[in-house]
Design a protein around this ligand. Sequence first.
Ligand code: SF4
Ligand code: SF4
Length: 311
Amino acid sequence: MGQTGLKVSRLCFGSLTLSPLQANLGVKEGAGLIAGAMERGINFLDTAELYDNYGYIKEAMKGRPRSSLIIATKTYAYSRKMARESLEKALKEMGLDYIDIFMLHEQESALTLKGHREAMEYFLKAKDKGYIRAFGVSTHHVECVRAATEMEEIQVIHPLVNIRGLGIADGSVEDMLTAIGKAHYRGKGIYAMKPLGGGNLIENPKECFDFVLGIPHISSVAVGIQSVEELETDIAIFENRPVDPGTESALSARRRRLLIEPWCEGCGSCVSVCSQGALYLKDGKACVRQELCILCGYCAVRCKNFFIKVV
Ligand code: SF4
Ligand code: SF4
């Protein structure tokens, strides 16, 4: 992956989907799914402090060599103190002595990166001490990919890209591909997110995966997985093997959507965190424009009453 020295599988296990924010699998079940993926040759997993699933990863790693899984996580920390707490939490809750890739979560531009400078400097020192192997950013913004390309401190970029550009906050899919290409030629390690647009493009997974796998600058693609059937289908498509048509159509039919419970109190906290503009208030309740929602689940965390779910 770029100049990181990390050798990752093409399929990266996206763990948001199994976490409390989405499928809310039990720890044993979620850990079993991760372990099953590792046994099928997947050595790369994407998580985040927000996903609240470090316990699943710790369970999946029990009895396995540390080197068997490359783990990428992310944080919203912007100060030194917050960065230290995030790193300590990740190490402790996953039972690890280092994290392979630590990223700033949901960065937007040179300006937001500047605002996170203190946290960045903490992580770079932690990297020097061996607690982190590579430092990076995750983003839905073309502008951030461009800014990160110019920063030597950043080794890994985790951008949103899919065949329709669904969820790219500030440009077209062509803009994102151009930015990714430039980042690659500057030595950045790149792994993509949301190849299925958060599940909105699930009707034709093969076409979507073929598109991202055809981008020559991307080392790996994070795909949200929450069942053995999804895992097997994704592996088959990534290995260019035929997929059982029954399984594929069953998965395609299982389209996820955001559910806002009718008892919403209309406080608006969730609306302000949605970078896709998918949420709005109407008649004192939060409402979702499903066609804009990429099922990131970030709004669900904001609702203290747990009125938002991905179902
Ligand atoms: S509505 Fe919620 S899940 Fe959908 S894109 Fe916005 S923050 Fe993400
Ligand atoms: S945060 Fe919860 S209560 Fe507040 S508007 Fe959103 S769904 Fe409703």
